[in-house]
Structure formats: structure tokens, C-alpha cells
Ligand binder design. Structure first.
Ligand SMILES: CC(C)(COP(=O)(O)OP(=O)(O)OC[C@H]1O[C@@H](n2cnc3c(N)ncnc32)[C@H](O)[C@@H]1OP(=O)(O)O)[C@@H](O)C(=O)NCCC(=O)NCCS
Length: 196
């Protein structure tokens, strides 16, 4: 299978519907976000979707949101619910102050789970791109995530996040630094796994 990984800055803006369709194939109604929420997020901060494509079909994606201080603080609470993030809490990447990121989702088409390193390639591209932004003068503080299952936890641990707390809804909150050192470690480990 030939796979093309696209950075968030080359996401085709007419493909938010494809993200929503792929999400609907793996997430139940309790956690599935409406297309209108994804569209609102994308309108607020363009660079949020890293994507994997095969023959022009979307086969995987990773969503990361830059958040305001208040939005990021919400993600670290045991009552966190990403559906409750306010539009104003999704912010564009800024050079003026350290950026805080929330790792919202990673999905691989069910027919390709475990195959072709798709989630590893997505995670590596994300870490690589944040490193490039640091070189380009952006600064980053921390990244958090809500892991819904063991695979989700493995995904965010590979990006240097550690378990922080259980939510009342039964998911697990993870958090970690976004330093160049931490990102380089993640890229090296993912590279080693991709090479096999
Ligand atoms: C999460 C997901 C993207 C991973 O896809 P994938 O990497 O193609 O393939 P797998 O599902 O086989 O997962 C393999 C990875 O999970 C880890 N893993 C698999 N089963 C695991 C388990 N039971 N416990 C802990 N880790 C596990 C493996 O160590 C491997 O990690 P690595 O790539 O860092 O070495 C995919 O399973 C998916 O789309 N799931 C549905 C959506 C979802 O639940 N997303 C996470 C929500 S927080």
C-alpha cells in the first residue's frame, strides 16, 4: 500500500467530512463529535489535522488543538469533556507566547489497524512538525490527551505523555512536556519501530 502522510498545514479544507466519516466508523455515539464541532475547530485553528492517504482515500488522521490557557486547564480536570470546549478556547498557533496543545484523537481505518505503520507515521510527522515550529521560533509548553482505551494510552505515551488522572467518565488524562528533547526522543523511538 502506498501511503502519503500530510502535515496539518497541507490538509485539504474540504476533507473535514472525510475525517468525520472515518471517526464515525470507530467511535461510539457517546464520544463521536458532530461534524459541526470539527468544522468549528478547523475554522478557529487551521493546522489541526495530520492525515494519512492511500489512493486519494483518507485512511487515518490525528487531531491536535492549540488551546487557550483556560481551555488547556480544562483538559487536566477529572470532569473534562472535549465537547464542552468553547470556540474561543481553540486558538491559532502563536509566536507571542508558549502554545499548549491538546491531543484530541488518532484514528486508523479499521481495515488497516496494525498495518503499514500508519499511526506511527502520523505520530512521527506530528512530532517532527512541532520540532520544526520550535526551530521556526514558536515555543510550546505542554501537551495533554484523554485516552479512551489502552491503544489510545500507548499512542500518547509514545509522544512523551504520562498518566495524570482518571476522569469521572472513565477515561484517562495524560500530560507531558513539548520540549525539543522530548520530541526528538519520540521521533527517534517511532523511527526505530517504523524501520522494524
Ligand atoms: C489507536 C489506533 C489509531 C492505533 O492504530 P494502529 O497503530 O494502526 O494499530 P494497533 O491498533 O494495532 O495499535 C498498535 C499500537 O498500540 C499498542 N497497543 C496495541 N494493543 C495494546 C494494548 N492492548 N495495550 C497497550 N498498547 C497496545 C501497540 O504497542 C502499538 O503501539 P506502537 O505503535 O507505539 O508500537 C487504532 O487502534 C484506532 O483507530 N482505534 C480506534 C480509535 C481509537 O480508539 N483511538 C484512540 C482513542 S484515545
Amino acid at each position: 500500500m502506498s501511503i502519503e502522510i500530510r502535515s496539518a498545514d497541507s490538509f485539504p479544507s474540504n476533507a473535514v467530512g472525510s475525517i468525520s466519516n472515518l471517526a464515525a466508523r470507530v467511535y461510539g455515539p457517546d464520544v463521536l463529535l458532530p461534524l459541526s464541532t470539527l468544522e468549528m475547530w478547523h475554522a478557529r485553528a487551521k493546522r489541526i489535522f495530520w492525515t494519512a492517504w492511500s489512493d486519494c482515500n483518507l485512511i487515518g488522521y490525528l487531531t491536535v488543538l492549540p488551546l487557550s490557557d483556560a481551555g488547556f486547564a480544562k483538559t487536566l480536570r477529572d470532569d473534562f469533556d472535549e465537547k464542552q470546549l468553547f470556540p474561543i478556547e481553540i486558538v491559532a498557533y502563536s509566536r507571542e507566547a508558549p502554545n499548549h496543545l491538546f491531543f484530541s484523537s488518532i484514528v486508523v481505518d479499521p481495515s488497516s489497524h496494525g498495518a503499514a505503520n500508519i499511526s506511527r507515521l502520523l505520530r512521527r510527522q506530528f512530532a517532527h512538525d512541532i520540532l520544526a515550529m520550535i526551530t521556526d521560533g514558536f515555543s510550546f509548553d505542554r501537551i495533554s490527551a484523554e485516552a479512551l482505551n489502552e491503544r489510545g494510552a500507548a499512542m500518547v505515551e509514545s509522544l512523551g505523555m504520562d498518566y495524570l488522572l482518571d476522569t469521572r467518565a472513565g477515561s484517562k488524562i495524560f500530560c507531558g512536556p513539548l520540549s525539543s528533547e522530548a520530541l526528538l526522543r519520540s521521533v527517534e523511538k517511532l523511527d526505530a519501530k517504523i524501520r522494524g
